[in-house]
Design a protein around this ligand. Structure first.
Ligand code: B12
Ligand code: SF4
Length: 466
């Protein structure tokens, strides 16, 4: 006869996991103390210096954790200092991308030495969970929201598992309204960009082989009810006492569901806000979309053009990029007063020295306001990483900032790649080139970004990228 253990069969009288969590939480003698850390990277790029964007990922973690526990929030990029003595804390939870993984691991190791429960989350620990478990008690795979109940129950019971991975993703309607006070309470908070991060959708089914999003979230695309997004915008308008608030969407690709996107735009037009976002270019070739985006207060869209070579686009599976549409997309956006942050990557196997001239001509002829260049970087966990692994020069995560040479190119030497890469950046950011691209455009932060890039690119030498 088979014996059935009582705990494997849930009784209708058992509390649900959510109820159990509330019960356990209310029995805490004192609220457990969490230290949440955004680590600083070693990158020479400008992304982690000067003004930085508020880390919505860690803010979302703090918002959830803060419902049941005490939270101390440290953002090393601001100059916040991690205490040497971690005894006031029970749990140290650290977010990490690849470029700050080694710093995240150093913090994790130090906290483990002080016998703290250490939790690592974010893109890199998700993609490299076996590596990450050596530097923590537990890794959280993907978003915290979908696994929070199980994680929090284990924290309260003091019985942690090495990895927490949700069986299914929760709908975004359950996402809490982010509480920015955790980040803004830092005495260094003035270093945060005034643009408020906001999230409407998650995921991107385009499926580029170099991107972590399809690997972590699959072809899934979720969105929040519009009212939730708009309520968040109205809340900030009231808090700041003005209509003209600047929002920065953290979405992977905001336009994947055209109807949702168009309705969101209509509603933002009524609110009178300003916004920027990442977007794929399929769909922007329609003039009516660009017109509505301009009317809704969009002042900049970040678009991954990646390469002007259609063969390269095909090889990375970026089906959203139709080479014949590039100029039409730019023209549509410019006609409606929307600036473009254009991303371009170099080092692909199809790239030759001519690729740089082609890109220069495209940027200058189309007056791309904010071109951003990177060296192709196979991020761990992506199909591209697996494909390129035998050719990757190093696995030093500090150098995975898209500004280091990852492998020898196939149709030119590394020296040629780097010299052309530097020349292109310096050429599009000379004073004259900035004027040619920017003349007549609104006097805003995009001009400042160009000025900063002018200074930054002058300093570049090939050694920088090794
Ligand atoms: C918006 C965005 C940006 C913005 C803002 C970044 C910022 N400060 O937050 C800008 C434009 C500045 C940017 C810049 C860059 N980015 Co970016 N960016 C994104 C994007 C699209 C969304 C990030 C986001 O905020 N999502 C919303 C939040 C709420 O979700 P989340 O980050 O996934 O966080 C959840 C979980 O990860 C988890 N979690 C996160 N941390 C923790 C911690 C703990 C303890 C726990 C339990 C859980 C947990 O719970 C969170 C809440 O749900 C991601 C793609 C992605 N989906 O991750 C790429 C991404 C992070 N970027 C990437 C890259 C490469 C860059 C750049 C190097 C690009 C460049 N060449 O300039 C720079 C580097 C910037 C930097 N210093 O990190 C890569 C990183 C790859 C990697 N393996 O590290 C990503 C993953 C895109 C990709 N190609 O795959 N980026
Ligand atoms: S379009 Fe952007 S977000 Fe979507 S898979 Fe490609 S790189 Fe990732």
């Amino acid at each position: 006869m088979q014996t059935i253990q009582s705990e494997t069969v849930p009784s209708p009288f058992d509390p649900s996991p959510e109820e159990l969590l509330q019960q356990l939480a209310s029995q805490q003698n004192r609220r457990k103390r969490w230290l949440l850390v955004q680590p600083m990277s070693n990158t020479s790029m400008m992304v982690d210096s000067g003004t930085v964007s508020m880390p919505l990922n860690l803010i979302m973690v703090a918002t959830l954790v803060g419902k049941l526990f005490d939270v101390t929030f440290i953002d090393e990029r601001l100059g916040d200092k991690l205490p040497d003595d971690l005894s006031p804390f029970d749990i140290v939870a650290i977010t990490s991308r690849t470029l700050n993984a080694s710093q995240a691991y150093r913090i994790g190791d130090a906290a483990l030495r002080q016998h703290k429960t250490v939790i690592l989350g974010g893109v890199h620990p998700t993609m490299q969970h076996e590596e990450a478990t050596k530097h923590c008690t537990s890794v959280v795979y993907g978003e915290i929201e979908s696994i929070w109940t199980e994680l929090a129950i284990d924290v309260l019971n003091g019985k942690m598992q090495p990895i927490y991975r949700a069986k299914e993703l929760k709908p975004m309607s359950e996402m809490l309204h982010p509480d920015f006070s955790y980040a803004l309470s830092s005495k260094n908070a003035k270093k945060y960009s005034s643009r408020i991060p906001i999230l409407a959708t998650k995921g991107c089914p385009v499926g580029c082989n170099f991107c972590t999003t399809p690997t972590i979230y699959g072809k899934n695309y979720r969105y929040r009810e519009l009212d939730l997004v708009l309520d968040e915008m109205k809340y900030h308008q009231e808090r700041l006492g003005k209509r003209d608030v600047n929002f920065s969407f953290m979405d992977d690709n905001i336009s994947f569901r055209p109807q949702y996107f168009m309705t969101l735009l209509e509603e933002m037009a009524k609110l009178g806000v300003h916004w920027n976002a990442n977007i794929s270019m399929n769909f922007l070739d329609k003039p009516e979309v660009a017109e509505l985006a301009g009317r809704s207060g969009c002042d900049l869209l970040s678009i991954g053009f990646e390469s002007l070579n259609p063969e390269t686009i095909k090889s990375v599976h970026k089906g959203s990029n139709k080479h014949g549409n590039y100029e039409k997309v730019v023209e549509n956006l410019h006609r409606n007063g929307i600036a473009i942050q254009g991303y371009f990557m170099f080092g692909f196997d199809n790239d030759t020295e001519e690729s740089f001239q082609l890109t220069y001509d495209f940027i200058m002829n189309n007056r791309i306001e904010f071109p951003v260049f990177s060296l192709v970087t196979p991020f761990p966990g992506t199909p591209y990483f697996e494909e390129m692994k035998p050719r990757i020069r190093h696995f030093d995560w500090d150098k995975y900032d898209t500004y280091h040479l990852m492998f020898e190119p196939s149709k030119m030497t590394s020296k040629q790649l780097l010299e052309n890469f530097i020349k292109l950046q310096q050429d599009v950011y000379t004073g004259g080139a900035i004027l040619r691209r920017m003349k007549g455009k609104p006097l805003n932060w995009v001009w400042l970004a160009n000025y900063a890039m002018n200074r930054f690119t002058k300093k570049l030498t090939p050694e920088y990228f090794y």
